[in-house]
Design a protein around this ligand. Sequence first.
Ligand SMILES: [Mn+2]
Length: 443
Amino acid sequence: MTRVIHTGDTHIGYQQYNSPERRRDFLTAFREVVDDAISNDVDAVVHAGDLFHDRRPGLVDLQGTVSILRDLADADVPFLAVVGNHEGKRDAQWLDLFADLGLATRLEAVPKLVGDVAFYGLDFVPRSRRDALTYEFDPIPSDADRAVLVSHGLFEPFAHADWDTERLLSESTVAFDAVLLGDNHAADTAQVRETWVTYCGSTERASASERDPRGYNLLTFDEEVTITRRGLTNTREFVFIDVDLEAGEGIDRVQERIRQHDLADAVVIVTVDGEGKPVTPAAVEELAIDRGALVARLNDRRELPDEEEDVSVSFADPDAAVRKRVRELGLSNAALEIDETVRDGDVADTNVRELVERRVRELLEDDETAFESAPDREPDDPDVTTVADQLHADTTSQTAEPADRSDSDEGEQSEAVTTEATASDVAAEESSTDEDASLGDFA
Ligand SMILES: [Mn+2]
């Protein structure tokens, strides 16, 4: 019998909501998974990608990761992993460094045997290159009873899928008993052509859309393949407060609802829908922080007119001018989030188009009015372009060039793009109304 933990999407180094505590949380969650692996004496920890939130993790995050992997290695539990879309670099991978240190095995087309199970790996592959994939793997060793593929991407038959699992399984030179996946942060399991296909889910919430408790999978390979879900107990508490306001109701009603919850050390997500009067983020966030919350965010789904804004712009500070101009566009929070993704220096150029497409789809699924503009100008103002126009113009003009020259430039970005990102990074840090700059289920 062979038992392994299947985890992934740990996103170490993510300073969510600009909170240093949140940054530590992602490392703590990985620590808990590894501690469980050691105390349960499993045969391996399998990581399905996005160990790091981006391809430039900080030194403290790297030190913490090495320390955790060292404890796992000292307990003689192998760490087998593939590279996710967020952490991928052009030449060598962080995972290669850990392998050099004897702390990890990078899974590939040549199997790694654990007990009687042969583990294969397939790193994240951008969609533009998937048609050319041949799914060729080395034969299953004669002393193996089972074959397992570990990969990262949005596979069918799960939500937002763009990767053909049937084709993978039918064209693969190896018959897999199970496919262990990362990328979709929602844990789920299905059967495709007699093969178990499963997502372990993220270990900390990388976006406010991840409401379910976090955990990982425990797989047992015996007469049968058994997939069991295990919950994590030390993840940051998230308190979701959904308020549907009636006409005439406002901040008083929202605050009343906030007071009904224990918010100590929690991330508090207040979502307002319905009608009623304007509610300012500050009024919500201050009360929640007063009551002990670590972080609080207001997500106002209603369409209410904004107050007039001062339109003067100083060009002494170009970054400030960009921030101001973006605010004046009357973009929805959803559009602002996409704008940040496009200009985010941490997203590899070749991934931008795909990430934006995924995020737009998710936002629309969540709320079909997500991209309606904040009506801060007269609708008959001839100077107003629609949000769709803006978004189209922004994404096409900014992604076309990097995408076209893409193949040789998967990992590193040009100076121009890196410089562009500075403004959005600052804007993201100063934004108080937006959620986080994450990519929801796909971050
Ligand atoms: Mn991820």
